[in-house]
Design a protein around this ligand. Sequence first.
Ligand code: SAH
Length: 214
Amino acid sequence: MNIKDISSEELKKMIASLKMRGITNDHVLETMSTIQRHIFMEPALRGRAYDFDALPIGFNQTISSPYIVAKMTQLLIEADNMKNVLEIGTGCGYQACILSKIFGRVTTVERIKPLYLKTKSLLKSLGYKNISSIYGDGFDGYKLNGPYDAIIMTASPSIIPDKLISQLKPNGRMVLPLNINGSQKLYRVKNTKKGILKKEVDDVLFVPMLEGII
Ligand code: SAH
């Protein structure tokens, strides 16, 4: 059997496991069932692409487990205002592709130049037209394409960056792995009329968000 045959079976199993673990949003499940995860992996790791593990993507970075990707995406979805989303931490581009099928427009920012270039060309070759890949420091967000209905951070900061909050629309929401005294918690933040509302969702483990571009 070649990897293509294996992957469609494995993808079905992955979706079934996501349901069993409590991912309920049909939009997320349907979208994830259309995206082959192994395409984003180094050839040597493709056989493990559908396991429930975070996996290395080179440059000392990791792709999150499918469960965390699904959970964060589920937290971003609302009945309306699904037009414009910003992702901080492009990595291998898997999360960006999921977002691109759910939101009208995706802007994704990466600070490691070779990783940015590699993923930008992969996304182009896969034919994704509504994703803008940006090389930059995610602490600045990307004002030019904002304001955003939603912002997802896939690297862990120890503060919620003010600039990102300022690029959220009213009622916009943000999902991020916040590092509080060395332990990371997944937060959902909402920009309401009454101010910023924060809700702790889960324990998580992400690579740190680092300042500056390299
Ligand atoms: N969403 C990614 C996960 C990538 S891991 C995926 O689907 O593969 C987190 C990524 O965040 C890494 O690629 C890391 O280089 C990037 N990152 C860390 N700090 C950053 C910053 N300040 N600005 C932009 N990207 C950052």
